[in-house]
Design a protein around this ligand. Structure first.
Ligand SMILES: NC(=O)c1ccc[n+]([C@@H]2O[C@H](COP(=O)([O-])OP(=O)(O)OC[C@H]3O[C@@H](n4cnc5c(N)ncnc54)[C@H](OP(=O)(O)O)[C@@H]3O)[C@@H](O)[C@H]2O)c1
Length: 243
């Protein structure tokens, strides 16, 4: 199959950091990419220059997921994989009205959006399954299993996605494999202070940030193995052992 004939891989949140790296590396490896983004960026323009198909959508509301599904269906008749990377990460506010609003927001991005996209595009994955293994990969977090109370809404909505992933694995077998990647300290945010970074790395047996290539290699392991479904890979330098 030439690159031109290959079914594309949809990556959500491809405009920066881990999602951007995944989209770039998939292109390097000869996969056509549909790059979902939220806010326009030069990085998205660079992906488009390499042949990626851009689709903008905001996942705060169900309409965003529905719009993305419609746009993907306008661009592709089959899909090799969906990588659910888009995410929001902030501590839970102490003000209850703000926490309530955040719950709605994080529920929408982490759980409802993947649910609607998977249901809306499953026939495109099944269409590709006759010629290639097909995958759904949900990127969650080691905190989905071992929560951090300061980020309880983030952790709980990622845990919900872990659980949904297992339902999808059962529902979509045997045509489509469904798995999760649970990153740990891959890329610190600007909001991480030096003291926070040192504490996290002290809890990480491999003692360093993993970088987005570690996530890509784990994604590659899922894409390249046709006997993995309903499972999770921790990409965390061993931090899950100490939390
Ligand atoms: N980095 C780490 O160390 C780490 C650790 C554990 C888990 N993870 C998980 O790994 C994945 C990637 O991490 P990351 O650090 O690269 O994440 P990130 O920097 O927070 O990027 C999140 C992506 O989601 C998009 N997004 C945010 N709000 C959105 C909305 N309302 N609608 C649609 N898209 C939206 C962002 O687009 P815009 O920039 O345009 O808003 C961005 O592309 C995430 O699922 C994260 O939870 C990462």
């Amino acid at each position: 199959m030439s690159t031109h004939d290959k079914p594309p891989i949809l990556v959500t949140g491809a405009g920066r950091r881990v999602g951007l790296h995944i989209a770039q590396r998939l292109l390097d490896d000869g996969h056509p990419v549909i790059a979902h983004y939220h806010r326009p960026s030069e990085a998205i323009e660079a992906l488009v220059a390499r042949g990626a198909i851009p689709i903008q959508a905001a996942f705060d509301r169900a309409e965003g997921a529905h719009a993305l599904v419609a746009a993907v269906r306008g661009q592709a008749v089959s899909l090799r994989a969906i990588v659910h990377n888009a995410s929001a990460f902030t501590p839970t506010p102490t003000d209850m009205d703000a926490a309530d609003a955040m719950f709605e927001h994080f529920f929408s991005i982490h759980m409802r959006t993947p649910y609607l996209i998977n249901n809306g595009l499953i026939d495109l994955l099944r269409a590709a399954a006759a010629v290639t293994p097909t995958d759904i990969v949900h990127i969650t977090d080691i905190f989905a299993v071992s929560p951090n109370p300061a980020f309880d809404i983030y952790c709980a909505t990622k845990a919900g996605l872990e659980n949904l992933s297992r339902s999808f694995a059962m529902r979509y077998a045997p045509q489509v494999k469904v798995n999760t990647l649970q990153p740990g300290p891959i890329l610190f945010k600007d909001s991480h202070t030096e003291a926070m970074r040192q504490r996290v790395l002290a809890e990480t047996p491999l003692g360093r940030e993993g970088g987005p290539e570690a996530v890509y290699r784990a994604l590659r392991a899922l894409l390249d193995n046709d006997y993995l479904t309903g499972t999770a890979i921790q990409v965390d330098g061993g931090r899950h052992l100490t939390r």
